[in-house]
Structure formats: structure tokens, C-alpha cells
Design a protein around this ligand. Sequence first.
Ligand code: ADP
Length: 245
Amino acid sequence: MRLVLLGPPGAGKGTQADQLVARYGIPRLSTGDMLRAAMAAGTALGERVKDNMVRGELVPDELVVAIVADRIREPDAAKGFILDGFPRNVPQAEALERLLQERGLKLDAVVELKVDETILLNRIQRRILQMTARGEALRPDDNAEVLKQRLAAYRAQTAPLSAHYRRKGLLKIVDGMQPIAAVAAAIVRALAAEPAEGLARKARKSKGKSAVTPRRAKAKRRPAGRSKAKKTKARQGAARTRRRG
Ligand code: ADP
């Protein structure tokens, strides 16, 4: 199964991705984690993305696309994967589609976690305060100002992906404000359900073949069959009348 998790920062994508990893046995590919690891290791890539990341801006598309292209070729991603934090804009989504197409693959679904942004901001600010109080290290982009910037980047560049994937019949929307277990259950239900668009596409396909759906074709054949039987009966009746006469 190849999935994309969509949702603003703090929506719980990481938490839900971990649950899906356990359930489906496929890896979580988080571009945020990969970029942070590059930064921590001080690689050339890390150096290039540092400024964008600490400001809460997106890093250039070609860099993340290259990381994802390498990552999905690794053996553990052969059975599928959960993309978290990628794609983050329409050009990245198109690049992903091309990457998959080249290998004869496609996405199975895109799960969007819907959340209330004000509650989200409060939640993240509380998390930052608690982590600071416990003396835990914060991410360099974990502060209220940068968070606002990350939300703005999400609204402007990532939110349009919702419509993009809806048009492709891949989008599943889940209420991300419920307790963790309820969100996880809703995601599993959404993934098990046949997408409405998928059904519509199947119907269109069979229509193209026979001009009528199989069920309607059957319904149409039935009256024809009956009328033939009626005609035979009528003929036999007429023959009887003639004989009697
Ligand atoms: P968040 O918690 O905001 O969802 P992530 O951990 O996914 O953030 O990413 C942190 C930062 O890494 C982003 O603010 C951005 O600078 C960079 N980043 C991660 N993924 C991408 C991507 N697909 N395209 C561009 N930048 C990215």
C-alpha cells in the first residue's frame, strides 16, 4: 500500500503514521526527519536546507524530490510506504506521480487529517512549553513564530493538494481532532472503503463496453424473454381456438 498523509503541522501525522507502520508493516518516509538528519550530520544537503528549515519555509523542490526518489527505491519500500510531509505542493505531487509511473506504480490513497488551526496552535505552544520545562531539546523550527510561518506555508502551498487528490479520486478526509485511537480507526475505515470516485469510474468503464451496466442489461433482456414466451402462448392459444373451431 502506498499512502500519503496530508495535514498541517501538529495535526498528528507522525503519530498516525506510526500506527499505520505497525498495522500494515510498511515504512514511514518523513521528509522532515530526513532533512533534519542531514542537518544534524552536517552533510552538504543539510547545509543547503538549513536556512529554509529554521525559518519554516519549504526547501527547494528538486532537493526533496531527489531524497524521496532515492528513498522509495530502497528494499524496505518495495511493499509500500507512508509518505509524511511529502508532497508539499502540486509540483512535488506531479514529480511523485512521475517517479511512481516510471516504475509502474501508483498511490493507493491520500489521507488528509482535518484539524482546527486555533486549537492546533494552542496544542503546539503547550507542547513547546512542556518540553522546555522538562529541559528537552526542541526542534529548531519549534517556536510560535516559525510555527505560524509553517502554517502559512501549508495553507498557501500544501492545502491545494487536497483538491488535486480529490480530482484523482484518491482523497480520504479524516477528522483529526478526535482522540488518537479514534483517528487511527477512522483512517483504517477510510482505507478499507471503496472510494466513491472509484465506483463511478468502474461504472463508466462497464458502460463504455456494453452501453448499459450489466444489471440494466439483464433487466432489459428479461421483458424481451417474457414477451417471446407470451407470443408463443398466444400462438398456441390461437391454434387451440382454430382446432376447437
Ligand atoms: P511539520 O511538523 O511542519 O509538518 P516536517 O517535520 O514535515 O514539518 O518538516 C519540517 C521542515 O522541513 C518544513 O518546515 C520544511 O522546511 C522542510 N520540509 C519537509 N518536507 C518538505 C517538503 N516535502 N518540501 C519542502 N520542504 C520540506
